[in-house]
Write a protein that binds this ligand. Structure first.
Ligand SMILES: [Mg+2]
Ligand SMILES: [Zn+2]
Length: 192
């Protein structure tokens, strides 16, 4: 497969939906006001939408992979019903210091490591150097840098305001005032 498609990667909790802290109940999926509209306009402009989420609650014994998958399924069906289908969702259930042995490993998929981006690139035929990342943590921004993406945007929702200081000075990273602003900047940058 030729790797020529471009994607916008999104963090899930605190970026597209409200961060409920170790969300395991699918009924608790609440999209931020402009999230669906933002996804729609990116899709219309030819971007694939990929969600990448650290779910260390699995390694911490607070939820199972099945819980994560049920939440992701509801997340995807809500987006799809609203006309903004998500092309792929990846999650990392690991944490080196976790309490569940099976997941307590130093994996290659926990953001900021680039594992999930590399897997998505392989699965979907993506050119990461023309892809973007939007998230609410420094780990999201560094994930984009480590994956060789074009730019990363830090939103003010979730942990965004607290993490802003940590992303200062990172080349290719920009803190924006809203999800909508991130999307407008992506569309503008991609058309250059
Ligand atoms: Mg987040
Ligand atoms: Zn992992």
């Amino acid at each position: 497969m030729e790797a020529n498609k471009k994607a916008v990667f999104f963090d899930r909790d605190g970026t597209l939906i409200e961060d409920k802290h170790y969300l395991k109940d699918p009924e608790q999926v609440v999209f931020f006001d402009d999230a669906i509209e933002c996804l729609r306009s990116l899709k219309k402009s030819g971007f694939l939408i990929v969600v990448v989420s650290n779910q260390s609650g699995v390694a911490r014994g607070m939820m199972t992979e099945q819980d994560v998958c049920r939440v992701n399924a509801r997340f995807c069906s809500m987006a799809k019903e609203a006309g903004a289908s998500v092309d792929a969702v990846y999650y990392c259930p690991h944490l080196e210091t976790g309490s569940v042995a099976e997941y307590a490993i130093d994996c290659s998929c926990r953001k900021p490591k680039p594992g999930m981006a590399e897997q998505a690139a392989k699965d979907l035929g993506l050119d990461l150097s023309s892809s973007y990342m939007v998230g609410d943590k420094a780990a999201d921004v560094l994930f984009a840098v480590n994956s060789g993406m074009k730019k990363a945007f830090l939103v003010p929702t979730g942990y965004g305001l607290r993490e802003k200081e940590k992303t200062k000075g990172i080349d290719k990273a920009e803190a924006v005032a809203s999800l909508r602003e991130a999307v407008l900047k992506i569309l503008e940058d991609a058309s250059l």
